[in-house]
Design a protein around this ligand. Structure first.
Ligand SMILES: Nc1nc2c(c(=O)[nH]1)N[C@H]1C(S)=C(S)[C@@H](COP(=O)(O)OP(=O)(O)OC[C@H]3O[C@@H](n4cnc5c(=O)[nH]c(N)nc54)[C@H](O)[C@@H]3O)O[C@H]1N2
Ligand SMILES: Nc1nc2c(c(=O)[nH]1)N[C@H]1C(S)=C(S)[C@@H](COP(=O)(O)OP(=O)(O)OC[C@H]3O[C@@H](n4cnc5c(=O)[nH]c(N)nc54)[C@H](O)[C@@H]3O)O[C@H]1N2
Ligand code: SF4
Ligand SMILES: [Mo]
Length: 735
């Protein structure tokens, strides 16, 4: 007899956190659609969300550990895999490093247990996808608010003028701003008479919806924002919180060289257009400025992130409804635990990498430095968890070669791809429908305070391990313990114990809370769920283990469509941890970058084309190209060019071109588009699946070219170490 059931869960693929309604027939996922009752996404879904079943049943997805024997990966038992790790990685720990990829933050298992592996390994050399992404925003937040997790998000549902720089949420579904259904939210903004303004060198899907589109030159955002700050004051729009007025005016004084007139040439739009945007924001009762990837992966990423906050604060739009606000995660966060807004000063520049002296901030090395550290012999052993740096990181041909020089490499991943093909051992993580899910990371970035827990939809494969257990066993064996369930539970007890102790010691805890009360109340099996239970119960809406009124994991399980705790509320000064007890808008490490920005006013143009990044709706960085329904149809890995640029080079739509930068060269088809600014070209990342030794058959048939062969490893934001991935000088010729 056929058994069909319908379950709901949160999509783990991107930051939008959509609710999915999943139909399961005889243990197979047979249909996925949007969950109309989800409290946050209300039925919204994108094409990727419907493919979790395809991914689950992909025959190329790893189901057993793989060991490289004479250059070929062969399936082995867990015992053999962990024995290899014990014999080979453990002795190499002294020169080991780790790379953590993007899906780590989308997984409660990997999010809570990746660090146990690094701790057991004893490595201080940690790389992650953050330094090809949002690290500048986190650094700016650390300096200004005292904690890197304290990131302002646009209150998109209440603003009436939204100015968005370097983001394309109609395609990416949003980032550092968790909000399922950006199209619906922007429509609602317009329906209430609001204005939507976009700054992007490309007239993207998002820019097409804008009332005003500034087709800025790449890497010019910090200049634009600096000028906006001074123009807000000059044009009489400043209305900062009186407590911050002196600090903000000190910043504006230092920004005197930047005016609409002085930056117009570099930004590539007229002074009048800049003034118009300033006036629209200034005239609005609830304006909001939001910047994303296009503003962070540049040599001025940290400075641009800082200046966004300066502009919002000058407009009186920071921490106020309709402006840029701060989430208050239901599962708690560093910035929900304290009570005292006064903390010690943060500063940059304490550590740097050995070879090039790139900054090491927030405990992480820039991925731009990974290849050279391996080449120099400083890193001889590498662990990768949920990452594909060979496609996602700059100068990737060089990195690809460097990985071959390692003595030992271990990966935790679902595929044998461009990166994991170098690994001696690959430990498989189960498919996403076999995991429980809770968005610990994105609760910090959400435009509403929402909580939603999903149990696994399907059981583990025979002999399969949950991802937390894969990682905890590895930590156990690296720490000298046993690579079995007992070893994993020992590691879990350390993580659980830390969180349970912190809950018992919380300044918010009610009278009578002890570690014993916590242990007695928590009734979930060892693993991420019982840790989550502690976090929820000691979070801002928690039941304090029965001593108060509020939620627990069990009450969340009883609400499969999630619980909505409402719109964001002002949180300054409570969430601060700064010497002054106010935001450090004039932090000396940020002010110190103003002369470098002023020097950029005089930059000569190279006369070359400038490469910018691009996302496409049916991709998810590098790893979903083995799902046929997502890659079929026209080739999306193209170089988009304005007709004026293409024509001048004798290129037509569909003709093959060679694109060359100082780092390398790739060949791919041309897509002629009026939407792109003259002098700018765009190529998506995550492609280039033609390397030998990978086992992703559909991806190989749709290989595309790897844009990160073109991005230079030597150009980083000097404050954060984040790679420059946009505004790269390239030349193009027909082939
Ligand atoms: N479909 C899909 N969705 C995704 C992903 C994916 O790969 N595919 N990846 C996910 C991840 S990991 C992330 S971090 C988010 C990112 O999500 P977003 O931050 O929305 O990033 P992008 O979609 O890359 O949009 C960046 C925009 O910046 C523009 N740009 C480039 N350089 C500059 C510049 O110098 N200045 C300005 N103002 N604009 C510039 C580009 O043209 C592009 O339109 O998306 C997530 N969602
Ligand atoms: N040129 C250019 N380069 C870019 C960008 C750009 O816009 N332009 N964007 C950058 C950004 S924002 C990011 S975040 C990075 C992403 O950089 P990475 O995180 O290095 O790359 P991904 O393609 O996301 O690789 C994810 C890996 O995790 C595996 N995986 C998927 N799910 C799971 C899981 O649940 N568990 C485990 N263990 N493994 C899993 C996949 O098979 C894949 O190997 O790329 C960056 N690179
Ligand atoms: S928008 Fe993101 S979270 Fe929503 S269905 Fe698509 S991939 Fe999943
Ligand atoms: Mo990202």
């Amino acid at each position: 007899m056929t058994v069909t059931e319908t379950v709901v869960r949160t999509c783990p693929l991107c930051e939008a956190t959509c609710g999915l309604e999943i139909q399961v027939t005889d243990g197979e996922v047979t249909r996925i659609r949007g969950d109309r009752d989800d409290v946050f996404s209300k039925g919204f879904i994108c094409p990727k969300g419907t493919t979790l079943g395809h991914f689950h049943s992909d025959p190329d997805r790893l189901r057993t550990p793989m060991l490289k024997v004479e250059g070929e990966h062969v399936p082995v038992s867990w015992e053999e895999a962990y024995a290899y790790i014990s014999d080979n990685l453990r002795p190499a720990a002294e020169h080991s490093a780790a790379y953590l990829g993007n899906p780590v933050v989308h997984s409660i298992d990997a999010g809570l247990f990746s660090r146990t592996v690094l701790t057991a390994l004893g490595t201080r050399t940690v790389f992650s996808a953050s330094t090809v992404d949002q690290r500048p925003r986190e650094i700016a937040s650390g300096l200004i608010y005292g904690m890197s997790v304290t990131i302002p998000v646009p209150d998109v549902d209440r603003t009436d003028v939204l100015f968005m720089l370097g983001a394309n949420p109609y395609v990416s579904n949003g980032s550092l701003a968790t909000a399922p259904d950006w199209p619906g939210r922007i429509d609602a903004l317009k329906a209430r008479g609001g204005t939507f303004i976009v700054a992007d060198p490309v007239e993207t899907r998002t820019a097409q919806e804008a009332d005003v589109h500034l087709a800025v030159r790449p890497v010019s955002d910090a200049l634009l924002l600096a000028a906006m700050a001074t123009e807000i004051v000059a044009r009489g729009h400043a209305r900062p919180d009186p407590a911050d007025e002196d600090t903000l005016m000190a910043v504006v004084d230092a920004l005197t060289p930047f005016t609409a007139e002085s930056v117009a040439e570099q930004v590539g739009v007229s002074a009048h257009d800049i003034e118009d945007v300033v006036d629209r924001l200034g005239a609005s009762p609830s304006p909001c400025v939001y910047g994303r990837l296009g503003t962070t992966v540049t040599p001025f990423g940290t400075t641009a992130s800082w200046l966004i906050d300066i502009v919002n604060a000058l407009l009186g739009a920071l921490d106020t409804p309709g402006g840029a606000m701060f989430s208050r995660p239901v599962s708690g966060s560093k910035n929900t635990r304290g009570q005292d807004p006064v903390g010690s000063a943060q500063s940059l520049g304490r550590r740097s990498t050995a070879v090039s002296g790139m900054p090491i901030e927030l405990g992480e090395h820039p991925v731009s430095a990974l290849a050279e550290e391996i080449e120099a012999g400083n890193v001889t052993a590498l662990v990768t968890i949920a990452g594909n740096p060979v496609l996602s990181c700059p100068d990737s041909d060089r990195l690809d070669e460097a990985l071959e020089k390692l003595d030992v490499m271990v990966s935790v991943d679902c595929y044998i791809n461009e990166t994991t093909r170098h690994a001696d051992v690959i430990l498989p993580s189960p498919s996403h429908v076999q995991k429980s899910h809770y968005d610990l990371a994105f609760a910090n970035l959400s435009v509403r305070n929402v909580a939603n827990y999903s149990p696994p939809v399907l059981p583990l494969d025979d002999d399969g391990l949950a991802e937390w257990e894969v990682l905890a066993r590895m930590a156990a064996v690296l720490g000298g313990g046993t690579a079995d369930r007992a070893g994993a539970e020992f590691v879990e007890s350390l993580v659980y114990g830390q969180i349970a102790d912190a809950a018992a010691a919380s300044p918010h805890a009610p009278e009578g809370l002890t570690r014993e009360v916590v242990d007695e109340a928590v009734n979930h099996a060892p693993g991420p769920d019982r840790i989550l239970d502690v976090m929820l119960r000691s979070g801002p809406h928690g039941d304090w283990f029965g001593l108060g009124d509020g939620i627990s994991l069990d009450s969340l399980i009883a609400e499969p469509h999630g619980i909505d705790f409402g719109p964001l509320e002002p949180r300054i000064p409570g969430l601060l941890s700064t010497p002054s007890g106010r935001p450090e808008f004039a932090h000396p490490d940020l002010m110190a970058d103003i002369p470098r920005l002023a020097a950029a006013l005089g930059d000569e143009r190279s006369g070359k084309l400038q490469l910018v990044n691009r996302r496409t709706l049916r991709s998810n960085n590098s790893w979903m190209h083995n799902v046929n329904v997502l890659v079929k149809g026209r080739n999306r890995c193209t170089v988009q060019m304005n007709p004026a640029d293409a024509g001048g080079l004798g290129l037509d739509d569909g003709s093959m071109a060679e694109v060359t930068s100082d780092a390398g060269a790739i060949r791919l088809p041309v897509e002629v588009s009026e939407a792109i600014r003259v002098g700018v070209v765009s190529i998506p990342h995550g492609w280039g699946h033609d390397r030998p030794g990978t086992k992703m058959r559909i991806a190989r048939d749709n290989a595309g070219a790897n844009v990160n062969v073109l991005t230079p490893s030597w150009s980083v934001d000097p404050l954060s170490g984040t790679s420059q991935l946009t505004g790269i000088d390239v030349t193009i010729r027909p082939v």
